[in-house]
Ligand binder design. Sequence first.
Ligand SMILES: Cc1cn([C@@H]2O[C@H](COP(=O)(O)OP(=O)(O)OP(=O)(O)O)[C@@H](O)[C@H]2O)c(=O)[nH]c1=O
Length: 634
Amino acid sequence: MVLSPVLGKLVSKRVVLASASPRRQEILTNVGLRFEVVPSWFKETLEKSSFAAPYEYAIETAKQKALEVANRMHVKHLRTPDIVIGADTIVTVDEQILEKPVDKQDAYRMLSRLSGKEHSVFTGVVIIHCSSKDNQLETEITDFYEETKVKFSDLSEELLWEYIHSGEPMDKAGGYGIQALGGMLVEYVHGDFLNVVGFPLNHFCKKLAELYCPPLKHTIQHIKHDSIPSVDTFESLSDGESESSSFKEHKGAIKLDSPSGVICNSENSSGVRTGSVVPLENQNGVSDSAAKVPSKILDLMDGFRASKALFVASKLKMFDHLKKKSPLKAVDIANEAGTSVCGTERLLDACTALGLLEKTPQGYSNTDSANTYLASDGEYSLHGYIIHSNDHLWPLFTHLESAVKEGSRQNHRAFGKKTEDLFNDYYQSQEVKQRFMAAMHSIARLTARDVATAFDLSEFKTACDLGGCTGALAHELIQIYPNMKVTVFDLPEVIANTSCFQPSEQRVASVTFVSGNFFTDDLPEADLYILSRVLHDWPDEKIHILLKKISAVCRPGSALLVAETVLDEQKIHPPRVVLQSLSMTEGKQRSGSEYKQLLEKYGFTNTQIKITGNLLDVVLCFKKSVILACTEIA
Ligand SMILES: Cc1cn([C@@H]2O[C@H](COP(=O)(O)OP(=O)(O)OP(=O)(O)O)[C@@H](O)[C@H]2O)c(=O)[nH]c1=O
């Protein structure tokens, strides 16, 4: 969930951050933005003297970085992003622009120049909206910059060199990192701290607000914000309960006539009520309510309500009704769904509060995201996965306490069945089987493009997707690599039910479905084997059997592509996947180095990992050549 509804506007878009800077990635990740990282290849070599002001140089560099990525993705990867974000940070002192030092001497020159003085840090940012018309890339560019003033203390030679030897200055503009050791050098900062770190988040959100949510005049009259824009788009998403509205957070000063905390409601031009909270003051007259709002904890506390509201609205096909016809009143939807009017109205309001629907005096309508992801026929429908989450995962999670106490999956408590019996159920009940396959199909459709293009796979003429289910990834592969033939290998019960998931107008002949059990049957021949969302599900013994078999059939030079979410080395990110582990399958989620180690054990080398920013990351490795293997044994 993104805290700001403004950032929420980007949730359904393919957003690309054209930057290798880990700081920028972290700043945007921390606010819940989902994006893919594609570092720019643009060399920062623009002629500085040709710019009238330093910020113009920063903006132009940011623009060139982002345009290079937008073009490359459009032309080379055949993937036009919706939005590309680029940034460039520079430090200016005595009218000189300082970028990243090239070596330690250069860092010394920069830092000794900054010693004892105030300097400016400028970050230029561009937001490029991309579209493809007649195969041509079209762009709309928005840019801005932010300046922050920073003053350094007098730095002794000793401190300076100690800092340089720490290695920190090398990848940072001006040769310092204010967020880490470099913070020790700083006497004061005037302006946005994150701008110095590399990304002016506040200004960025304001720009998005301008782009996506133009200010509503009525609301502005009542509120004056210092550092947060004067629109109602920065209120944290509340759960709609009356007491929770007092937790709506407004950073910055809010000046109102009333001296104590009050909630002001106003009607904006579209008749939507907007509430804004004036912080209560403490005894010293200092506003401290913002500091006390545990928004994150409140979100976690209430998360289950939001999930269940989504599940029920999906199960009752409300998004489907609204996709067919809108706006609709609660009573019309209740009639269609066979539900109570008052219950339906509450559910629709909850979905509106969650940003899934829009509400006007004429009735409710789907948002674009709801049409795309929630309607069961949406282009990237998650309907199947949502129903699976409701019917299968929700009951399991209600027994989480027992799962933690006993260290085992709770199928017996949740469904009255042992894991093996439940597993067999999938292949006995047609309805459960179809639902499970629809769930897998949803995720595969949503991730297929990123999995297929994470690496250039054009050298492989044949691929075999082991456990490839409905063939969603296979179809994406043949779209991108027209010369590739893909075999989807899965259990007979699965293969027998794939027909309803097939695209109508594709070169179906390039995809072949073969039934079999990858633990016991011979694997089809291929140059590239694919295991997408397979490894995390199985215990080590089973993985051993599978990887040994794949390794045995792989010719030297053949490759294995694993699509899974790759955890960070601490195994706490991304939280979605860490939480998935709580369902206690016998398998486990792995970090990049764990995948590398595992694959090496079975003779796969040259492991490359691509974090896609989508739900699945991609690991590509190659079967060791025979000569290499002999040398190593020798
Ligand atoms: C002053 C300061 C800068 N930085 C980093 O300096 C790099 C600037 O270089 P850039 O050219 O704008 O970006 P990059 O790192 O080369 O990435 P890219 O966007 O791919 O060009 C960015 O990393 C910033 O975080 C800090 O981490 N802390 C600080 O206090």
